[in-house]
Design a protein around this ligand. Structure first.
Ligand code: FES
Length: 94
């Protein structure tokens, strides 16, 4: 099982935050895609308070794998494919 950590931290004022850059929509879209494609046995979305790269958000991390910066909806397909590849590699190692 791979977890897609989506930072949804919301800051107010001039401080940067992934939540302030639309990451809630990204988290919802990823979760929807996972459900619609029947991938819920391999992938899950988890909202996360901060991934430590606030200036480069929205940020998404695949547990044990890549950290994606400046994520937009067009990039979600690439992130899903990467997470599926990681999940497949993990299964082969078991
Ligand atoms: S606010 Fe998203 S990484 Fe810190």
């Amino acid at each position: 099982m791979k977890i897609l950590l989506v930072c949804t931290k919301q800051r107010f004022g001039n401080k940067p935050s992934c939540g302030g850059r639309g990451s809630e929509v990204l988290a919802d879209t990823l979760a929807h895609q996972i459900t619609m494609r029947g991938l819920a046995d391999r992938l899950v979305v988890q909202r996360f308070p901060c991934l430590g790269s606030c200036e480069e958000g929205p940020n998404v991390r695949i547990t044990g794998g890549a950290l994606f910066h400046h994520v937009c909806t067009e990039q979600l397909e690439q992130i899903l494919r990467c997470a599926l590849d990681d999940a497949a590699s993990e299964q082969q190692d078991d």
